[in-house]
Write a protein that binds this ligand. Structure first.
Ligand code: AHM
Ligand code: MG
Length: 337
């Protein structure tokens, strides 16, 4: 009968969070509440991105953020939505956003136990063309008695309690992982207004012949990077890799997670520290890829999760993806040492 085909026992994100909470006897529910607020931030950012062209939200806001990037109107709105969601859950002591020079402290919640890091809309240069962008987030638990100072959040990714990202693409996809936990993927059902679990226990394929890097920067690359990328272009004995580069880390990373391959943004002679930010871009993504069985390293081939930022907006080179594909970069780099 047709009714048998309807799944009446859907795992929504809300249900998933409740079930996770009941697994942890010591849980107070604070983390769950924080995740509900995150969920609302993702939904509302997705909503404005979809409607942007219709309600005059394309283009620049006329301001620039800490690092001099021109802010788009949606960068500002995404940031405001995120901050407001984090404040309203009353479980967040402090927040670092790519769009805010300083740490935001929620002094009205001195006992809140969590710190959140985020890039509210990553890949915003793609926004006006309707190309996928995303939100990246990480959650840290603070020590008892934390004052909400900068130093308390300058931790390596190994200290992350949870991290993930939402991609605003043809559909909205949410990927979340917890410390040593599985990686779980959800798809937004716009009619229900719910994230539905669609990708339990995601694993990045061990290898795949796809590379994702802005090759326009190759003039500035160091020798090992040049050699590695050249080696992917095939020879008489090997087939060339495919190149795929969207220019939104979240979208390039999401494809890499599903299909395998490697995403890279190396440090180079022009940007010796790299482009992407350790705290709210590299570390959260690194945790997702490691938990999915892949690897993530910086331009010195150090494990990305062990790199502590000295400042909240510090940058790093990054290579992440399939275990074997990242290993190829590491092996090429090591030949030069
Ligand atoms: P943003 O945070 O200002 O949007 O910049 C980050 C983005 C990443 O999403 C993407 O991987 C990278 O910058 C693309 O940079 P480029 O245009 O130099 O290739
Ligand atoms: Mg960004």
């Amino acid at each position: 009968a047709p009714t048998e085909k309807v799944n009446t026992d859907i795992v929504t994100l809300t249900r998933f969070l409740t079930e996770e909470q009941t697994k942890h006897k010591e849980a107070t529910g604070d983390f769950t509440l924080l995740c509900h607020a995150l969920q609302f931030a993702f939904k509302s950012i997705a909503y404005y991105i979809r409607r942007a062209t219709l309600i005059n939200l394309t283009g620049l806001a006329g301001s620039s953020n800490t690092t001099g990037d021109d802010q788009k109107k949606l960068d500002v709105i995404g940031n405001d939505l995120f901050i407001s969601a984090m404040r309203s859950c009353a479980r967040v002591r402090m927040l670092v956003s790519e769009e805010e020079e300083e740490v935001i402290k929620f002094d009205e919640f001195p006992d809140a136990r969590y710190a959140v890091v985020c890039d509210p809309i990553d890949g915003s240069s793609n926004l006006d063309a309707g190309v996928s962008v995303g939100t990246i987030f990480g959650i840290y638990r603070l020590e008892p008695g934390a004052q909400g100072t900068k130093e308390e959040i300058l931790k390596p990714g190994t200290e992350l309690v949870a991290s993930g990202f939402t991609m605003y693409g043809a559909s909205t996809q949410l990927v979340i992982t917890t410390k040593d936990g599985p990686v779980t993927g959800f798809t937004m059902d716009n009619a229900l207004g719910e994230f539905i679990m669609t990708h339990p226990d995601m694993k990045v394929p061990k290898q795949r012949a796809i590379y994702s890097v802005n090759e326009g920067n190759s003039l500035y690359w160091e020798e090992p990077i040049k050699e590695w990328v050249n080696s992917l272009k095939g020879s008489e004995s090997s087939k060339p890799y495919s190149a795929r580069y969207i220019g939104s880390m979240v979208a390039d990373a999401y494809r890499t997670l599903l299909y395998g391959g490697i995403f890279a943004y190396p440090a180079d002679k022009k940007s010796p520290k790299g482009k992407l930010r350790i705290l709210y871009e590299c570390a959260p993504m690194a945790m997702v890829f490691e938990n999915a069985g892949g690897q993530a390293v910086n331009s010195k081939m150090q494990r990305m999760l062990e790199v502590p930022p000295e400042h909240i907006h510090d940058r790093s080179g990054i290579f992440l993806g399939s275990y074997d594909e990242v290993q190829k970069v590491i092996d090429t780099y090591n030949k030069y040492q």
